[in-house]
Design a protein around this ligand. Structure first.
Ligand code: ADP
Ligand code: TYD
Length: 197
């Protein structure tokens, strides 16, 4: 089974992906951008530097290149070996971050996805959260990978609406309320996972 976590920056995806992975056997926990050596190199280009370092169109190409490598070298081999793959972000992030924040580029995102990726998760947890709290959580980490957080609160609000509309339009998506403590969110995720697997 291929499971993904999606949501705005700082919504708790990494924490919840890790906690779900800890409950399961035969699992590969991975992330985007990254998840393979080549894709981790591309990650550095995307997440550091000025917000205007890349246009949304160039980002689509870089994220898709990273995803193709991640898919070929990490995700598909693990699924073929019968493992569960849990990825912290996948193609839905490109649909929302690149497809719907700086003009409507969704058609380009969809075409490139069809051409180069062509794979959807079996189950996607979309963690919804108040953008102001999430942004503060994310920036507090001081990870040095804050290029998208640096677009500001309005950007995060647009993203939130993008993720909500995606969650309502796809059967594979389960919407999770992230405005609760870590254990409560994790218990919800585990119950919804059990119901779908
Ligand atoms: P994301 O991967 O979505 O950016 P993280 O899981 O890295 O989010 O969480 C961002 C920060 O918020 C981390 O410092 C984490 O410890 C903290 N955090 C995660 N979930 C919660 C929660 N439910 N309540 C309070 N803090 C949280
Ligand atoms: P991540 O490390 O998950 O950041 P955070 O912990 O802050 O949520 O993801 C890195 C950033 O890359 C995040 O701001 C979202 C962005 N991103 C895109 O814009 N498009 C994509 O396709 C992906 C996978 C991530």
């Amino acid at each position: 089974m291929f499971v993904t976590f999606e949501g705005i920056d700082g919504s708790g995806k990494s924490t919840q992906a890790r906690l779900l992975a800890e409950r399961l056997d035969d699992v590969v926990l991975t992330r985007e951008p990254g998840g393979s050596p080549g894709a981790e190199e591309i990650r550095k280009l995307l997440l550091t530097g000025d917000p205007d370092r890349w246009t949304a169109e160039t980002e689509i190409l870089l994220f898709t290149a990273a995803r193709r490598d991640h898919l070929e070298r990490t995700i598909l081999p693990a699924l073929t070996a019968g493992k569960t793959v849990i990825s912290d972000r996948f193609a839905d992030s490109t649909r929302v971050y690149q497809g719907a924040t700086r003009g409507n580029l969704r058609e380009i995102v969809d075409q490139l996805h069809k051409l180069m990726i062509g794979r959807e998760p079996d189950l996607t947890f979309v963690i919804d959260m108040d953008p102001e709290t999430a942004l503060n959580r994310g920036l507090a980490r001081e990870s040095g990978e804050d290029r998208f957080e640096d677009f500001g609160l309005g950007f995060q609000e647009t993203l939130r609406h993008g993720f909500l509309s995606l969650a309502h339009s796809e059967d594979r998506c389960v919407l999770i309320d992230g405005n609760r403590d870590v254990a409560a969110v994790a218990a919800d995720v585990a119950a919804r996972f059990a119901a779908r697997s």
